[in-house]
Design a protein around this ligand. Structure first.
Ligand SMILES: Nc1ncnc2c1ncn2[C@@H]1O[C@H](COP(=O)(O)OP(=O)(O)OP(=O)(O)O)[C@@H](O)[C@H]1O
Ligand SMILES: [Mg+2]
Length: 225
């Protein structure tokens, strides 16, 4: 039986151990639904009480455009070497080590500016579970391998290709690209990154079927069957 959203909630609840913060990773290709799944999990797990689950996207570790220009990598923004992977690994290591410290701040990613933003994501001391999500959590090269070793489990968003590309194009358009530019970016640079990510799917602890992910408006997923 493929897991339902309720199964995912139960599995996530079991990850923290007494005195030790757990980190759950969600990987998947661009547009596969990582952020939507992470947001739904965090919202449902936290409920109305004091938050014990925090959401830390890998997106905050995008290099700034000025640095990508200096490196000559602006035209492939989104590729593995356009992120501060070592910085991301260091933050995850710190999150594991500092359970009872003050708030730990992670950077966010501002989608309109398309730039990282320092200090945007607070992780309170009460957070016993951190949900982190991004394309490259399962890459085995360079500092990405350090990222994987910080994660208790990694789940992979297994959305089928045609639907993934359709959603990705629609999202690019919503954030201001023309239909032609949106399709060109989704089928060009995004697709190269998607292929890299797809090759890491077998390393995941769990593949999450699209039916288990509530839709972007946050409504509960329909019952299976
Ligand atoms: N069940 C759904 N039905 C329709 N659209 C959805 C559904 N879930 C998510 N989407 C939409 O698909 C798009 C991609 O989802 P999301 O942003 O969660 O993916 P992602 O894996 O985080 O992408 P990226 O790698 O670019 O950050 C979004 O525009 C989102 O609103
Ligand atoms: Mg996302």
């Amino acid at each position: 039986m493929p897991p339902t959203f309720q199964d995912l909630l139960a599995r996530a609840r079991r990850l923290p151990r007494p005195g030790r913060r757990a980190i759950l990773g969600i990987a998947g290709s661009p547009g596969a639904g990582k952020s939507t799944l992470a947001e739904s999990l965090v919202r449902e797990l936290n409920g109305p009480g004091e938050p014990w689950v925090a959401h830390v996207p890998m997106d905050g570790f995008h290099l700034a455009d000025a640095e990508l220009d200096r490196l000559g990598r602006r035209d492939r923004k989104g590729a593995p070497d356009t992120f501060d992977a070592a910085g991301y690994a260091a933050l995850l290591e710190r999150l594991r080590a500092e359970r009872y410290d003050d708030v730990v701040y992670a950077p966010g990613f501002e989608r309109v500016l398309e730039q990282p933003l320092a200090g945007a994501v607070p992780v309170p001391p009460s957070a016993r579970l951190v949900v982190t999500e991004g394309n490259y959590l399962l890459l085995e090269s360079g500092p990405w391998a350090r990222v994987r070793s910080c994660l208790d489990e990694v789940w992979f968003c297994g959305l089928e290709e045609p639907e993934r590309v359709r959603r990705l194009v629609a999202r690019h358009e919503r954030f201001g690209k023309s239909p032609e530019d949106a399709a060109a970016w989704a089928l060009g640079p995004d697709q190269r990154n998607a292929d890299l990510v797809a090759a890491t799917r077998h390393l995941a602890d769990l593949v999450v079927p699209a039916q288990a992910v509530p839709d972007a408006r946050g409504s509960a997923p329909s019952a299976p069957g």
